[in-house]
Design a binder for this molecule. Structure first.
Ligand code: PEP
Ligand code: MN
Length: 342
């Protein structure tokens, strides 16, 4: 259910509607837009009697939202959400006209490796650095990440290069630490439906990058994001990272068609990860170009100075100089679309 306020509705009128919603035992989520504020209502088990809200000052109309997701929906907010990510070198915008370029290794392995990747990423003009300190690995015998020691290395990268840090939390415990060190909390494909983690991320004060589960439908993906928003964190970006299919020429099938599909249904930014999406180094550049061409709001790319020695995902990691080329190409494609790469 959605209450649409008049464009000139006052703060007081908005507050009064929220209070009335709460008095009905429901939750109110004001969603400010550039033209008007809408107030999402959650917690209703069935029909809500709208008469009382519709007659309140400042209200235009109450509309039932038929989709299972509400707060992430375009019905709740017409214009694109533009996230603002804090970095030591200033804010980085994602969404709208802004395309975010995020590069870095799959995992933080040691300081030298992280610094080598960060130097290349910073040189290419990208402003956000990725690197996992906690790795969700298929095998318990594979490298699991350095944990807090990895986060400390990321803090040094942040300080030395002024890059914002994107790093994954794999459970509620790691999220506590990731929230302290990172500028963006990543939730991985395997955790897309870890509902207690999603709820915890919804209470975090940092933006969240939510990756699509490897067999998740669009509705399931948006419902996972809804978990985060309905806990109060509206700073969410989605990330397509490939789904599992019968194709055996790539690790996953990068579903670029989900980009316009998300944009039709949701106001949230949608990024693309061509590294996990293909699993093959030589496919990363062409699919990055395609992702930007199809309207992606950003790219998440694995970069390693010595991919053949990487402790995880070396096969799909590109060299820093290849990342610089990628940055150059996607800048030109973005310009054709009147967009800007940060
Ligand atoms: C990653 O980004 O390194 C990662 C583990 O990705 P995904 O969750 O998409 O597999
Ligand atoms: Mn990886």
């Amino acid at each position: 259910m959605l209450v649409v306020m008049q464009s000139h509705a006052t703060e007081e009128q908005i507050r009064a509607v929220c209070q009335r919603i709460e008095a009905l035992g429901l939750e109110a989520h004001p969603i400010p837009g550039s033209l008007r504020t809408a107030i999402g209502i959650t917690g209703n088990k069935g029909e809500v009697d709208l008469g009382v809200l519709e007659s309140m000052p400042g209200v235009v109309e109450c509309i039932p939202v038929s989709k299972p997701y509400k707060l992430v929906s375009r019905d709740a907010k017409e214009e694109h959400t533009v996230l603002s990510i804090a970095t030591p070198a200033g804010e980085v915008s994602v969404g709208g006209q802004n395309i975010a370029l995020i590069g870095g290794p799959c995992a933080v392995e040691n300081e030298k490796q992280a610094m080598a990747a960060a130097e290349g990423v910073a040189k290419s003009g990208a402003r956000l650095f990725r690197g996992g300190a906690y790795k969700p690995r298929t095998s318990p015998y594979s490298f699991q990440g350095l944990g807090e020691a990895g986060l400390k290395i990321l803090a040094k990268v942040r300080k030395n290069f002024g890059l914002g840090i994107v790093t994954e939390a794999i459970d509620n415990e790691s999220l506590e630490l990731v929230e302290q060190y990172a500028d963006v909390i990543q939730i991985g494909a395997r955790n897309m439906q870890n509902f207690s983690l999603l709820k915890r991320a919804g209470r975090a004060k940092k933006p969240v990058l939510l990756k699509r589960g490897m067999s998740a439908t669009l509705d399931e993906f948006l419902m996972a994001a809804e978990y985060i928003l309905c806990e109060g964190n509206y700073q969410v970006m989605l990330c397509e990272r490939g789904v599992r299919t019968f194709a055996d020429h790539s690790r996953n099938t990068l579903d670029l068609a989900i980009v316009p599909a998300v944009k039709r249904r949701s106001h949230l930014p949608i990024l693309v990860d061509p590294s996990h999406g293909t699993g093959v180094r030589h496919k990363v550049l062409p699919l990055s170009r395609a992702a930007v061409a199809v309207g992606a709001d950003g790219l998440l790319v694995e970069v390693h100075h010595a991919p053949d020695q990487a402790l995880s995902d070396g096969m799909q990691s590109i060299l820093p100089e290849e990342f610089a080329q990628l940055a150059e190409d996607v800048r030109q494609i973005a310009a054709v679309l009147h967009r800007h790469v940060n």
